[in-house]
Design a protein around this ligand. Sequence first.
Ligand code: SAH
Ligand code: SF4
Ligand code: F3S
Length: 489
Amino acid sequence: MAVTDQPRSYAIRTYGCQMNEHDSERIAGLLEADGLVLADSDESADVVVFNTCCIRENADNKFYGHLGRFKTLKEERPDMEIIVSGCLAQKDRDQIAARAGHVDVVVGTHNVHRAVELLHESRRNGPITEIWDEALDDEATFPSALAVRREVDWSAWVTIQVGCDNTCAYCIVPAVRGREISRPFGELLTEVERLSADGVREITLLGQNVNSYGRDLTSARRSLEPSSEDAAIVGAQWLDDRRARPLFADLLAAVSNIDGIDRVRFTSPHPKDLREDTIAAMASNPSVCPHLHFPLQSGSDRVLALMHRGYTAERYLEKLAAARAGIEDLAVTTDIIVGYPGETEEDFERTLEVTAAAEYDSAYTFIFSPREGTEAADMVDQFCDPAAVADRFDRLRVVVERSALAKHMARIGRTETIIVEGPSKRDPEVLSGRTSQNKLVHFRSDRPLRSGTLATALITDASPHFLRGELVEVLSVSRHRTRFAVTAG
Ligand code: SAH
Ligand code: SF4
Ligand code: F3S
């Protein structure tokens, strides 16, 4: 390695969901603690991290394509070091080093905290692949409890639960993220208090199935005698409550009552586990945003059963109606899979019907992708014809966009509270902000506004994917300082 006065620099490419985004912040925190600085570009970085996803095949392909391009770069600059982390690393393990000899470190989802140590080890002993089958200690289990370099200063992700105990037949997540483990209640509150003191005004609680948060905590603690240590883990108020029950509603209420936290978001709740107490907690705590991401996956009961989703279309719509009745002005978004093995035209029509009935504000729609090791991947003889699937995908988009546009048009003329995110990607003259319903608003302002500023905007125009507006008033400027590394936990 060349010795220069310049600190070494790093870049991270993140694929996949917010879990991975958050893990990337932890890896950035570890690298900065090791003396590295953020690079101007991926290509110029001394250490490049690929934090990978394997939810669908195109996620795999995208990563391997990018990694291939870095082979030439590394030949030109042998000093460059490459780390591959995340879900695809967990899934493909030794295959990554076998396919790409230019990778220095392969690290999985259960040992992210080891990334920098492994990098040091690889400098001494050559390329290294280290994958754990499960998290072996708290540091490994609870990502938020590490040094973090947050991507945004005024908004933070807080992992409340890792892993997933569900068995959706198409999904690779349980295999790569392990069983569901909830993070201690008291610890979460301490972390959010600390984030608030640092100027964070928006918190997003993260988990694959947030509604079951705490189920394992109470059951694990049932047989123990109360002690102050237990109180920190399950929360003092549950010490006499020995039943295994989810605590998500209590967590929502507690987090939203922390001073300085204006907005609380969460993702994702599983429809089978959405309970009345969660709806009530959303309704009665004004800082909990009126937005529910409510993944439908399919509108056909037959397909839902094949997927092991644990609800019927009717039950789903009932829960949605209860949420809309309880929470004023609720925005609802969803995930839908098209072309699940065995999906008939009739099944798909049910999906169109439920989608229309649910009147979504937006939807992520996916074409089924077989993931090796999952039940659905073995249903090869029932895979759908790709041309039929492409046609269904387009028809579904039309239905989603129809309700999205109607929802957005209905907001024209209203004044919405937004948090400013920064200049819009397309036009630096235009600023973008987000409403509590998580809608993007593009607006012009005659003065620059710092990201994180709370303001109001009059909505003047709408499209299926965003709103346009005019700045009305600045309510409070952002409290956050300049960028800094936070040590939480
Ligand atoms: N835990 C979250 C989902 C995480 S994965 C939940 O249950 O809501 C995000 C989305 O990816 C899923 O909701 C599903 O719609 C989609 N997905 C997962 N596996 C898939 C696969 N094999 N093919 C296509 N889409 C998939
Ligand atoms: Fe995957 Fe289902 Fe778990 Fe979501 S709930 S992560 S779709 S297994
Ligand atoms: Fe992808 Fe892993 Fe998230 S597979 S969607 S990054 S949990």
